[in-house]
Design a protein around this ligand. Sequence first.
Ligand code: R5P
Length: 279
Amino acid sequence: MDLVICPSSPFLGKRISDFLGIKIANVQYKKFPDGEFYVRVESEEDKHVLVGSLISAKDIVLMNLLFDALKGEIVAVIPYMGYARQDREFLKGEAVSIRAIAKMIEDRVEKVLTVNIHSNKAKEKFKKLVDLDAMPLIGENFKGRDLVMISPDKGSAERVKVAAKIANCDWDWLEKKRIDAQTVEIAPKNLDVEGKNVLILDDIISTGGTVVEATKKLYELGAKRVETACVHAVLADFAVIKLFSSGIAEITATDTIERIFSKISVARILTEEVKKIVF
Ligand code: R5P
């Protein structure tokens, strides 16, 4: 069995191969002058663990090409499952993108591993999925810190509760209303954060709009210092600048998407799950 690393997850792929004790297959990735991609896998094995997050359209094309090039069984480790937020037809005629992605993947693999896939609706589109929770790891990371964990919306509150329990700190949530993909509003709410250190914890930080609005509200309520953490640091466009200029003191994320803020690794929990499937 070999491990194949997609370009989106080089460090995580290496960590998982070390933990599993299997070698990394040599893969040639090329882009032709017209923009078409090419992959060639040099591996004689008939079983592969494929590691790569689906962050951009390019990742989807490359993964599909790998599915064709690889021989035999595949276990796909896709820590960040992009397109999971389009998990229903919000407007008539829309593609349910995650359904199309699920089909593409499950037509070819024996098992899919993800980390905190966005919603149950997204999860339901898969039949071979094991979704792992990184919140206990985030909780461990903040153990011993004097802070209050805040979920920016009710939907993420259960996740925050898990992390807060492990970190042994208080937690609460804000009420968020999404206006469009870039704009959110945080409803007024009284939280006991005056003079306190606060951690805004979410599954995804994408444009940063949610965290920026939550940060404003928390400073208005008298918070002393606000930092943020997430599982998936999408950090699209100018999100990092927006976060820092809103007063965010620090950003912490896992390595489901590899960023300078990826201080927490999901390699161990993914490896343990892969072992259950392939050994
Ligand atoms: C939404 O349901 C998610 O949990 C995140 O709150 C959202 O994806 C964050 O997006 P953005 O950073 O663009 O506000």
